[in-house]
Design a protein around this ligand. Structure first.
Ligand SMILES: [Zn+2]
Length: 160
């Protein structure tokens, strides 16, 4: 069994009256993340962790932010495409551990739905998707609600 670890990071600006989609859940907040796709910071960090584990460059390499195919697209589709890429290299996803860093809104009530969305997109158990959240203690761009950050690590495996 060959196992590999991957790490991902993402950041998006928050703008007033913008949808705030995180882990495929609409947070219904007065601010939201701005970007070329639906700006789902959590899914982008997870995609980069998966790509990194398989040594397949990064999300911007595969899904260019100038490509009209990806404009406004659900990042769930980017996640599914990413999983296909690592499966083409013979890997399956073991588990994912992710961390969201934002000041508001509270993420805790949404975590079960995010876990379910991600588990379904990847095709693994909800128990293999860990999502955690913290504030930045009101400091910096996260504390001022100017941006949102996500980190993720993953494990992928194949029989070798
Ligand atoms: Zn992103």
């Amino acid at each position: 069994m060959k196992i590999k670890v991957g790490f991902g990071f993402d950041v998006h600006q928050l703008k007033d009256n913008h949808p705030f989609i995180v882990g495929g859940v609409d947070l219904q907040h007065h601010k939201g993340a701005f970007g070329h796709s639906d700006a789902d910071v959590l899914l982008h960090a997870i995609c980069d962790a998966l790509l990194g584990a398989a040594n397949l460059r990064d999300i911007g390499f595969h899904f260019k932010n100038t490509d009209p195919r990806w404009k406004g697209i659900s990042s769930m589709i980017l996640l599914q495409e990413t999983v296909k890429l690592i499966q083409e290299k013979g890997f399956n996803v073991g588990n994912i551990d992710a961390m969201l860093c934002l000041e508001a809104p509270k993420i805790n009530p949404h975590i079960p739905q995010m876990q379910q969305n991600i588990a379904e997109a990847i095709g693994i158990s909800i128990d293999d998707i860990s999502i955690k959240a913290t504030t930045n203690e009101t400091m910096g761009f996260i504390g001022r609600e100017e941006g949102v950050v996500a980190y993720a690590v993953c494990l992928i495996e194949k029989n070798a």
